[in-house]
Ligand binder design. Structure first.
Ligand code: AMP
Length: 282
């Protein structure tokens, strides 16, 4: 595995490989890698000739009071994990934007609710950096985790709307041994906060089980979830359509339950799929 810090060197190599007929795979990250990130490398690996992972803690997607300066970093551990999972090039740019960078990419609608409500500039920062990374890495395939389900939907929409010839794939959310969704931010949690944070996925799974047993009324499912979540501050618990993220009043097709909650100063997110029982199984 090679490590590259120069954005234009990555683009030159990507264009040369594409010209030779190679398929380029890409997994963008902010580093402090864990098994969730590694699962995305594993998913991309068989379908590309050249697999690029990037590590860039993107200032544009952090709000003024968020954890940009404290975001955890482990470049050596990250490089070892990338190499162990078949990454060919690890792109770690110290700077990604030109000093006079002046283009923003904004996806409307899908970014209004859920994380977009509490983090109003977040998704514009994500789509702006991902569009630039796509321009540099020139991927045929890009893999994003369902951990950030809204982000995945937003990236798919950007790629469709801007006619980018990229196959955007989603990777399943990977959990720790105790069920907590793996996240670089879990490093901030004390043992007590972590124990309380387990209520997040327990609530979501209880809602999933209730839905599978026939409770399709969204208010009833949300009441069940609210009763189970123990947090220091609650951003949202919502049920939305799994494809276009529109709010639902009843689960009649593929749906998703989403939550974000605070534990101390750490904000965690999680989501699960919801499906009502089929008529035949009924
Ligand atoms: P991040 O480094 O947090 O920006 O995440 C980089 C990519 O890894 C995003 O596509 C995330 O959705 C994905 N990711 C992060 N945590 C997980 C997880 N627990 N399971 C699956 N994908 C994840």
């Amino acid at each position: 595995m090679r490590i590259e810090t120069d954005p234009l060197a990555v683009q030159r190599e990507a264009l040369a490989r594409r010209a030779r007929g190679q398929r380029v795979g890409f997994v963008p990250t902010m580093g402090f890698l864990h098994d969730g990130h590694a699962s995305l490398f594993d998913q991309a690996r068989p379908d590309c000739d050249w697999l690029v992972a990037s590590i860039y803690v993107n200032p544009l997607q952090f709000g003024p009071t968020e954890d940009l300066a404290q975001y955890p970093r482990d470049p050596d551990g990250d490089a070892a994990r990338c190499a162990a999972h078949g990454v060919d090039l690890l792109f770690m740019p110290p700077l990604l934007y030109d000093a006079d960078h002046s283009t923003q990419v904004r996806v409307d609608g899908l970014t209004d609710g859920l994380c977009g409500r509490d983090r109003p500039t977040h998704f514009q920062g994500v789509t702006t950096v991902v569009a630039r990374l796509f321009g540099l890495v020139q991927p045929h395939i890009a893999v994003f985790g369902e951990k950030d389900y809204q982000q995945l939907a937003v990236i798919r929409r950007m790629v469709r709307d801007l006619a980018m010839p990229i196959d955007v794939r989603g990777g399943p959310l990977v959990r720790d041994h105790d069920g907590l969704a793996l996240s670089s931010r879990n490093a901030y949690l004390s043992p007590d906060l972590r124990r309380r944070a387990l209520s997040l996925h327990r609530a979501l799974f209880a809602m999933q089980a209730a839905c599978a047993s026939g409770e399709t009324d969204v208010s009833a499912l949300l009441a069940l979830g609210h009763g189970l979540i123990d947090s220091d501050g609650f951003d949202y618990l919502e049920i939305r359509d799994a494809t276009d993220l529109r709010p639902l009043t009843a689960v009649t097709g593929p749906a998703r339950a989403f939550t974000a909650a605070r534990y101390g100063r750490t904000r965690l997110i999680d989501n699960v799929s919801l499906a009502a029982p089929t008529a035949e199984a009924g």
